[in-house]
Design a protein around this ligand. Structure first.
Ligand SMILES: C[S@@+](CC[C@H](N)C(=O)[O-])C[C@H]1O[C@@H](n2cnc3c(N)ncnc32)[C@H](O)[C@@H]1O
Length: 337
């Protein structure tokens, strides 16, 4: 391995909210378009005061979320420019909660971003936050008022909602109240996580939704598999791939394989990353420190960095342990930031 680094907590420097464009006013009122069939036509007023100074962070808890290792990711970005100019074109094809995107966007380090994921509900939530945060906050306010075990299971079974605001509100409501913030679906693609035992779940989080709305204004948001990402040749783009991790060798880390990302998918991703490198782009990937992953990325141009992730992955608390992860880059990792 080329290097071993310690993972530190991150300090994010906010840039001025004004630079993100529209800031909603305290008088903004929106109709809840349809959090669920029985709340479709009620007008609600967001109960939280609008503050435009808050820092955007992932609006969902997500399996494999990278908030805990953000500093390690930032330390391994390419040294694109000695004067710290922003990454001109940033791609994150396995966006999930988008922890790296939000951290960099806050620092003003991305000029233009393309976020994508195969999870249709998640992408709908990004789009709704980008276009109509107040309607989402209104719908979540209704969910928060009605929250109970009965309401949770009633909303959980609404698998066929068509209204984007209702879909997004359902995703966020379930994400904030379900067991461990897990996203798990059955074979039919239906969310099936039981309710969590939170005394007072923070369901609305209006301030963060508004902050995310501001930073998402100029962002391209797509619903497609990673292989359909097409950065333009000629521009040196930066792509961060954070796929479902390959199961670790000791079997302690098998949760993601259920999402259907196979060893063949890992190989396809490696080939895709190589192709992007050969077309002049910068690629960074994260994955588990499994034998297959080390083997796939053993040759140049890939560089593999072990990181000590403070991530506890076994659902049985007695067997929880920190999991080995690696960062892989196609460039000499810069320490400029
Ligand atoms: C490890 S999570 C990403 C976590 C994210 N970096 C964060 O900070 O929250 C992996 C994501 O990849 C998505 N995914 C799985 N298979 C995919 C595929 N073939 N193409 C694109 N996205 C995929 C999942 O929906 C999930 O959101």
């Amino acid at each position: 391995m080329n290097s071993v680094i310690e993972v530190n907590s991150t300090t994010i420097k906010p840039v001025t909210p004004a630079s993100y464009g529209h800031s909603p006013t305290p008088n903004d009122r929106h109709q809840a378009s349809a959090a669920s069939s029985d709340v479709a036509s009620k007008t609600v007023e967001p109960s939280e005061t609008v503050k435009t100074s808050s820092i955007a962070h992932p609006f969902v808890k997500w399996v494999g979320g990278k908030r805990g290792i953000i500093q390690a990711l930032i330390d391994h970005l390419p040294a694109i420019s000695p004067d710290h100019t922003p990454i001109d074109r940033y791609y994150e094809p396995f966006t999930g909660g988008g922890a790296l995107f939000f951290a960099l966007q806050q620092r003003g380090q991305i000029a233009h971003a393309c976020l994508s994921d195969v999870n249709a509900n998640l992408i709908t939530a990004y789009r709704v936050i980008q276009s109509d945060p107040e309607a989402l906050i209104a719908a979540l306010t209704i969910h928060a008022k009605k929250h109970s075990e009965t309401h949770y299971y009633k909303i959980r079974q609404q698998h066929t909602l068509t209204d984007p605001i209702a879909q997004a509100a359902r995703l966020l409501y379930l994400n904030r109240t379900c067991y461990n913030g897990l996203y798990r679906v059955n074979r039919r693609g239906e969310f099936n996580v039981p309710m969590g035992r939170y005394k007072n779940p923070n369901i609305i989080q209006a301030e963060n939704i508004r902050a995310c709305h501001r930073v998402l204004q100029e962002v391209t948001i797509d619903h497609h598999p990673f292989a359909e990402v097409a950065p333009p040749d000629g521009d040196r783009c930066f792509l961060y791939f954070d796929p479902p991790y390959h199961p670790s060798d000791d079997g302690s880390f098998t949760g993601y394989s259920k999402l259907g990302f196979t060893a063949e998918d890992q190989t396809r991703l490696r080939d895709f990353a190589l192709d992007l490198h050969q077309r002049g782009h910068y690629v960074m990937l994260s994955n588990s420190n499994a034998a297959l992953i080390r083997e796939l990325y053993a040759q140049a141009p890939f560089r593999v960095f072990e990181i000590n992730a403070p991530r506890l992955v076994n659902c049985k608390s007695s067997r929880r342990q920190a999991v080995g992860e690696v960062l892989i880059t196609t460039y000499p990792a810069g320490k400029l930031r």
